[in-house]
Design a protein around this ligand. Structure first.
Ligand SMILES: *[C@@H]1O[C@H](CO)[C@@H](O)[C@H](O)[C@H]1NC(C)=O
Ligand SMILES: *[C@@H]1O[C@H](CO)[C@@H](O)[C@H](O)[C@H]1NC(C)=O
Ligand SMILES: *[C@@H]1O[C@H](CO)[C@@H](O)[C@H](O)[C@H]1NC(C)=O
Length: 460
């Protein structure tokens, strides 16, 4: 027989159950509404992808390996080559340093990810201008390449994945000018106005990747984005050779955030996992930087298959922790080059000319770093005096604000610096933070030019 007191404790339980069930059906309903509103039903429209590796050089192996791997995922899940547009310099597979010619891998002992990758924009064609032309679907603005552009329309879904070096306010391309956050945003806005997509997903691996979107991406543009890092930290190369391992590759094979989303996509049925679920999995595995999300997060309730396709092959569900290889070394993007050059020195026979050559290349790399450190410090000191110079180098804006207000000022400062002090280089790119801060503090072009001449004239 039920006592009053036990009934008393049962009533709230029943109420709670009813409430939870109502909440579940509510959330299911609202998901379906969202899904139909946002066209998350992949049967309508075409799925397009633009994949970009922003670097070249064997010591940057990992970025092109990431992009090749991303292509294999999309291909495997049914996207067509005509809808996948690839930017990669393409100097890795046949590189003389590559121990497995014609093959690129994205993890130790991994399978080849290079086969079949469309060579749409390679070598000198891998420019920011060509990328903008591709995104805008403007063939006449292209210079070289396969001519493939996003010919997408209002029912289509677009996936844009970029991996390489970045810094506050910009990311690099293998050739020519950087991609500045405001230029990319203007292109996205034009795409939105021209109805070139129903919804779009952007994944960015780079240092300070959050600065590409922070305070810039309006919710109403139908874009959901995640980045490897926030606006003030490095992202990480992964599967890097450690001191005690015999890897013949001598270079990092992947990047932490990138392999986290790709190995997750490889292991799961993309029709059963949402973008938000993947974001959380990737955030957890990418434990050396803060994986961020931007734009319209409601869109992240859509399944991955909406953007990445879905294989008819049944994928077994492997728990993610079993995928991680615990011994792999992670290295900050900007130091991964040194790993390669140091290994070249270690491997060369002592006293050989090979060894001297390798040491020379390493020394040059280190000298370029000192030059960047020295010249920027001198410029900032000259403009601000010792007392406030430090804050120019380190000040970070709040997370809802772009890193700079006047983007033309930032571009001018980068060009002025490079004119007198030489190319920033992947290491020196970090100093775009100081340049952005100087713009925000009201330094003008003449001031920057005079300080750059003073710091670097005859020393570039
Ligand atoms: C790769 O394969 C080699 C040789 O088969 C093996 O010794 C090594 O442990 C493997 N490495 C990884 C990370 O699986
Ligand atoms: C395409 O690019 C060309 C060359 O830059 C430009 O003149 C033209 O206005 C662009 N077309 C559209 C539709 O934006
Ligand atoms: C990050 O995760 C890896 C793999 O699980 C682990 O070995 C490492 O210690 C973690 N690093 C930090 C800083 O938590």
């Amino acid at each position: 027989m039920m006592t009053t007191s036990s009934l008393g404790s049962l009533v709230p339980f029943l109420l709670l159950t009813a409430f939870v069930m109502a909440a579940v059906s509510e959330s299911r309903r609202s998901f379906q509404e969202i899904a139909s509103q946002s066209g998350a039903d992949a049967s309508t429209g075409t799925q397009w992808a633009v994949l970009v590796a922003g670097s070249n050089g064997y010591y940057n192996y990992r970025h092109q390996a990431d992009v090749c791997h991303a292509y294999q995922i999309l291909k495997e899940n049914g996207l067509k080559d005509e809808n996948i547009i690839v930017f990669m310099y393409d100097d890795i597979a046949e590189n003389e340093q590559n121990p497995t010619k014609g093959i690129i891998i994205n993890k130790p002992n991994g399978s080849d990810v290079y086969h079949g990758v469309p060579k749409d924009y390679t070598g000198d064609e891998t420019t920011a201008a060509n990328l903008y032309a591709v995104l805008l679907g403007n063939k006449t603005a292209l210079s070289g390449g396969s001519g493939k552009v996003l010919s997408s329309g209002p029912n289509d879904h677009v996936f844009f994945y970029y991996t390489d070096h970045g810094s506050p306010g910009l990311v690099a391309m293998p050739v020519g000018d950087y991609i500045y956050a405001n230029d990319l945003m203007n292109v996205l806005k034009q795409m939105y106005k021209a109805k070139k997509y129903m919804n779009m997903v952007i994944y960015i691996e780079a240092c300070e990747a959050g600065s590409m979107l922070q305070g810039l991406l309006p919710k109403e543009m139908g874009i959901f984005a995640t980045t490897a890092s926030n606006a003030k930290e490095s992202s990480y190369g992964y599967y890097c050779p450690g001191d005690d391992d015999s890897s013949e590759y001598d270079t990092c094979l992947g990047d932490l955030y990138s392999i986290a989303w790709m190995e997750d996509s490889d292991a799961h049925d993309l029709g059963k996992e949402t973008l938000q679920e993947q974001y959380l999995v990737v955030k957890k595995r990418t434990n050396l930087s803060h994986v961020m999300q931007y734009g319209n997060t409601v869109l992240s309730k859509a399944f991955l298959s909406t953007y990445m396709g879905q294989s008819s092959k049944k994928v077994s569900s492997v728990p993610l922790h079993e995928l991680s290889s615990s011994n792999s070394l992670a290295v900050p993007q900007r130091d991964a080059d040194l790993v390669f050059f140091q290994r070249q020195v270690q491997k060369a026979p002592k006293g050989s000319s090979e060894s001297a050559e390798a040491q020379k290349r390493l020394d040059e790399q280190i000298a370029r770093r000192s030059h960047a450190d020295r010249s920027i410090n001198q410029i900032v000191n000259q403009l601000f005096g010792d007392s406030s110079a430090a804050s120019m180098l380190t000040d970070v804006r709040p997370e809802d604000q772009p890193v700079v207000d006047d983007w033309d000022c930032l571009k001018t400062f980068v060009r002025t610096y490079e004119q007198y002090c030489g190319r920033l280089t992947e290491y020196g790119m970090q100093y775009t933070r100081a340049m952005a801060n100087m713009c925000n503090a009201g330094v003008d072009k003449n001031g920057m030019e005079a300080a750059s001449i003073q710091a670097c004239s005859g020393k570039a």
